[in-house]
Design a protein around this ligand. Sequence first.
Ligand SMILES: C[S@@+](CC[C@H](N)C(=O)[O-])C[C@H]1O[C@@H](n2cnc3c(N)ncnc32)[C@H](O)[C@@H]1O
Length: 328
Amino acid sequence: MQLVLVRTVTGLEHLAAEELAVAGHRVVEVGKRQLVVEPATESITESPPRLADDLFVVYAAIADPGCTKAALTGASDALRRGLESPADRGAFAVSASCVGVRNFNRYDVEDLVGERLSHLTGGRYHSRRHGITPPEERSEWRVVLDGKTMWLGLRPYAVPLHRREWRQHTVRGSLHPPVAAAMARLAAIAPGHDVVDPFCGAGTLLLEAHLLAPTATYVGLDRDPAAIEAARTNGSRTSVSWCVGDARQLSVPADRIITNPPWDVRLPIGDLTPYTRRWRQSLHPNGLLITILNHHQTSHLTTNWTIHAQHNITIAGRHPQIVVADPR
Ligand SMILES: C[S@@+](CC[C@H](N)C(=O)[O-])C[C@H]1O[C@@H](n2cnc3c(N)ncnc32)[C@H](O)[C@@H]1O
């Protein structure tokens, strides 16, 4: 079986590695935002990791050429020579990322590799250099220069893994689904658990948790009727209950509270104390809180809560923390 590159969110690499290992795959390397994986079977493409942003089947890997454009050109030629002609002759695009300082940019990498792939396959390369979005119907190649290796992979799906089939609507502040999937895993939800999200927005956390543990009971609350409408549509194939209400009046007993309150940046929330007090009152004995907060908000959990785990992540230029805690 060919190696695969699993791309994930900064800070979720080790949780994604754990998810893959539990599914029986061998994680060969854990890097920044990327795992190199030797899959147990082709099941990795049929039931892909939910913490992954994206996944690419590796077609070639050579030494990272370093920082000059001349070396990059040579490496692109070497990549092409090492590649058997992939069958697809249709439209394709290439996206690239590099770590470290380089004398070239991502578009230089994309165009060099794209032109060579085009010669090799006869396919139509669509450059992103001038801001033109490639056609929907296309194959997507990925080049990663990670400081050690120059990887070339092909996405075996039409769309990236983070784009979920259930997600038709989002609200302001909606969570990136792989982050929600990571929080759902950390929640260790058991059959029969009562799981509540008092700031449910469009329902991302509960819908990802429901996919992982479908026999628990889920209730989502949001004060915005438009958010509840969005969550209802997104969750129309599930038994999750959604209701309009204020999180300060939360009265649903819970084994797990899994929630993403506003971070006081795009959406205001102010003092979290009335909410954390409610969370403490609602959680059953042995209950757990799994939340994602900004650093300032996390200080609200330093008294009266026992923090079991903290994961610093980077998402959309922000640096929140996923916190797992129980009321002392
Ligand atoms: C960061 S968003 C949650 C996004 C959600 N996780 C998703 O993926 O769509 C926070 C949500 O909290 C809601 N909210 C803010 N204050 C609230 C309150 N006092 N009670 C209930 N919901 C509230 C907002 O309407 C918003 O939908």
